[in-house]
Design a protein around this ligand. Structure first.
Ligand code: SF4
Ligand code: SF4
Length: 280
């Protein structure tokens, strides 16, 4: 029975992604002709998790995310289950961002802004669909308590973290593991966006096919030379401050548009889990 509900949610979500005009960049707002009527996302993948997963305690540790990260039960005390989805960017979005490694493509920035509006639309749809089944549901992204960046009293190194991490929720729900560039590598790769819902609906958790946070990253280093501000290194991973400053520069130039994502394209983890290198 539970499996049927999970499949129903997957089918409904996929229908919305395939059929909604919100998944297109309308011609009248396209900043370049190539982006007119561009589809932003391909079909989603979904994972399910428990609201009581002990990993959420780990995320509160300084150096993981921090104490400002709220657990599912803090968002929704009666919540039982998590639904996490990943929407992979279409090939058009991904290939456009491979052209120039100094500045984000307009197609990518559209996918970042109109794509985020579509994440909100899809999340709202899921919440309402679950309520129609007689259960409660909420989405941290749409809650008034949600904030990006630092909360009062948080450590300085938390300032780039929000109080709900979609990628960490996706990790809990079995969707993927972190890469050197701090994106999450899923079976559909890293280039795309995540969303989530917390619900009272009892759902069987997806088995996590990994035990370490970076199991799918081969540390091939292909993302390192793509990064305009040299924010990624094998020794230190990603320098959030350097990345944030570069992305802020794109916002200053193109407000309300911004983005980068050079570390997510033309790399082995762009649209799949990379294969580990064979020993020489
Ligand atoms: S490009 Fe290579 S090193 Fe960078 S995140 Fe992907 S798999 Fe890891
Ligand atoms: S998003 Fe851009 S600036 Fe940030 S780590 Fe990736 S390539 Fe570098």
């Amino acid at each position: 029975m539970e499996m049927d509900i999970r499949q129903l949610l997957i089918d409904k979500t996929t229908q919305v992604v395939r059929g909604s005009p919100g998944n297109l960049v309308m011609a009248d707002i396209a900043q370049v002709p190539e982006a007119a009527d561009m589809q932003i996302y391909d079909a989603p993948i979904l994972g399910f998790g428990s609201a009581d997963d002990a990993l959420f305690d780990d995320f509160k540790q300084a150096g993981v995310i921090g104490p400002h990260h709220l657990s599912p039960r803090q968002w929704m005390p009666e919540g039982q289950s998590l639904i996490s989805f990943f929407l992979p960017f279409t090939q058009q979005v991904r290939t456009a961002n491979r052209r120039d490694y100094t500045w984000p493509a307009w197609e990518w920035m559209h996918a970042r802004i109109e794509g985020q509006a579509f994440i909100a639309e899809l999340t709202t749809f899921l919440v309402e669909a679950i309520k129609d089944m007689g259960h409660q549901a909420m989405a941290p992204l749409l809650d008034s308590r949600f904030h990006q960046g630092s909360a009062p009293g948080t450590e300085a190194n938390d300032k780039y973290n929000s109080n709900w991490s979609e990628r960490h929720c996706a990790y809990v729900c079995g969707l993927g593991t972190f890469g050197l560039s701090r994106g999450l590598i899923t079976e559909k790769g890293m280039a795309g966006r995540f969303g989530s819902v917390i619900t009272t609906l009892p759902l069987q958790a997806t088995a996590r096919p990994y035990t370490t946070f970076d199991a799918y990253c081969t540390r091939c280093g292909a993302c390192i030379p793509h990064c305009p501000p040299d924010a990624i290194s094998l020794e230190h991973g990603k320098d959030q401050a350097k990345c944030g400053a570069f992305v802020a520069g794109t916002l200053a130039a193109h407000r309300p548009y911004y983005g980068c994502g050079k570390c997510q394209v033309a790399v082995p983890c762009e649209s799949k889990i990379p294969k580990a290198r064979q020993p020489q």
